[in-house]
Write a protein that binds this ligand. Structure first.
Ligand code: AHR
Length: 498
């Protein structure tokens, strides 16, 4: 296909936070994941150095914590200072030792150089408890909680700018779920107290692509909010772990924009689209597998509700399907960078994460390499591109429907701080290469960085590398250059490489 790109036609400058991540107190994400005191690979603070290094390489810009469903019955005060008691986590039905709390989380953020982003308990928690947390983190020294932080060894405020009121409080599964009316009221009251403590915080609140919920929320609290949070897991396999196959995953790419468009439309209708941005603060292709826990009848034995969670960590399941999907969604976020200011891959470590840990090392799953490509090789200015109709692909969805999707998902970018272009080209076809004729006013060396694996099923595991970032020199760029991308591949083509 032909592709025309004009630097003058900018869609916007994407916020680095669209390459953000999420980590929850769930299974081995924190304990036995990034935080593993006693492991020979951990540093003096108990953090796995190999995980930190992997996080730094993809320049994690922001890390949402501590949940997720976990947060809706979490009380932060039990996890700071010297008198910590283990708690029973009623969301996930396990004991949490509370040895990883706010101060450890801030330490983690500092070590990887990212912005902290705290999600508060709006399930069983109160506006007061939320704003006490802000006092603890952000006030220099006034009041009981800032003094407590200082007593705990942190003289300087933690300076947490991003705060979310609640997590998925609309859902029947969430502890302390709310009706739309209750939600609007609680968010307004919580936001009021938080802003009285620190008016420089940026606030978001749990929402979804639902008009009724959002109207209540925005009418009561729109004035306080800088963000609105939405979540999506396309392959909803929380209860059966029945992974969509490659073709079925490609069918999901027909629906990447749906919730964004709905929320954007409502924000515009309420004249809030210039004030409030979307934080897509949990997203992943696959829902996490945690059967018999978000049900009315809870599993009784650990075999029923706990041990199955290990199955999230079967590395052979994170293939080029996940990578291609991840790249397509990141393209969507880039294209919507006027309204999406943050997105958080859920989660970053273990479960469905892009980094898998085992006692002796880590595995970088296919999705990790997509973040590597996008963060380290793409530009920050998103450009409009146009051209001949991209080839179409007919695929069968998981529910058996025939769906037609574009074979290629292309995003054009340029760099705010230097000359040159970078094109993200995702080829969804399982077996067909694609040729693109590139028309843009550029010059210099062209290099293609890409991941593809030898098959759509390629994956990485301990001692097995099926997916990694490769590169190909394309020579000096000239108008009308023809570039071929392989099947099931994610490519970033830089033109004008320094
Ligand atoms: O399935 C994991 C959970 O997904 C997160 O805790 C929650 O926020 C979302 O529903």
């Amino acid at each position: 296909m032909e592709l025309h790109v004009l630097k003058e036609r900018q869609l916007g400058k994407r916020d680095p936070m669209i390459y953000g991540h999420f980590i929850e107190h769930f299974h081995r994400q924190i304990y036995g994941g990034v935080y593993d005191p006693g492991n020979p690979l951990s540093d003096e603070d108990g953090f796995r150095t190999d995980v930190l290094e992997a996080m730094r390489k993809i320049k994690v810009p922001v890390l949402r914590w501590p949940g997720g469903c976990f947060v809706s019955s979490y009380h932060w005060k039990n996890a700071v200072g010297s008198n910590r008691k283990p708690m029973f986590d009623k969301a996930w039905r396990v004991e949490d030792p509370n040895t990883f709390g706010t101060d450890e989380y801030i330490k983690l953020c500092r070590k990887i150089g990212c912005q902290p982003y705290i999600c508060t308990n709006a399930g069983t928690g109160t506006a007061e408890e939320m704003s006490d947390w802000v006092e603890y983190c952000n006030l220099p020294c006034e009041g009981e909680f800032a003094k407590w932080r200082i007593e705990n060894g942190y003289e300087e405020p933690h300076g947490v700018r991003y705060w979310s009121i609640g997590n998925e409080n609309y859902g029947s599964w969430e502890i302390g779920a709310k009706t739309a009316g209750e939600w609007g009221h609680l968010v307004a009251e919580s936001a009021k107290m938080i802003k009285h403590v620190d008016p420089t915080t940026e606030l978001t609140a749990a929402a979804l692509a639902d008009i009724n919920w959002n109207i209540h929320l925005l009418e009561s609290s729109g004035q306080f909010l800088d963000w609105i949070s939405i979540h999506e897991y396309w392959d909803g396999i929380h209860n059966d772990n029945n992974y969509a196959d490659y073709e079925q995953v490609m069918a999901y790419t027909a629906n990447l924009n749906t919730s964004i468009e709905k929320v954007r439309g409502l924000l515009a209708a309420m004249q809030l689209d210039k004030k409030i941005k979307i934080a897509f603060d949990e997203w992943n292709l696959r829902g996490w597998y945690h059967p018999n826990v978000h049900t009315v009848r809870q599993g009784v034995t650990k075999e029923e509700y706990l041990y199955p969670r290990d199955e999230n960590d079967d590395n052979t399941k994170y293939t080029m399907a996940d990578a291609v999907f991840t790249a397509c969604f990141l393209n969507t976020c880039n294209r919507n960078c006027d309204i999406i200011g943050m997105a958080n891959f859920a989660p970053i470590v273990n479960t469905r994460g892009c980094i898998y840990t085992y006692p002796e090392g880590i595995v970088l799953r296919s999705t990790y390499h997509v973040f590597d490509l996008y963060v380290n090789y793409l530009g920050d200015l998103v450009l409009d591109s146009f051209g001949s109709e991209p080839p179409q692909m007919a695929v069968k969805s998981k529910s058996g429907e025939e769906v037609t999707v574009d074979q290629l998902d292309i995003l054009a970018t340029a760099f705010g701080d230097r000359e040159g272009y970078a094109l993200a080209v995702v080829n969804k076809s399982a077996d067909q290469a694609a040729k693109i004729t590139v028309d843009l006013r550029g010059s210099g060396r062209a290099v293609r960085y890409y991941i593809c694996g030898s098959s759509p099923e390629s994956y990485n595991d301990a001692g097995h590398t099926g997916v990694s970032v490769l590169s190909e020199e394309l020579g000096m760029f000239e108008e009308g250059m023809k570039i071929t991308v392989g099947p099931h591949s994610v490519n970033v083509i830089q033109i004008g490489v320094e």
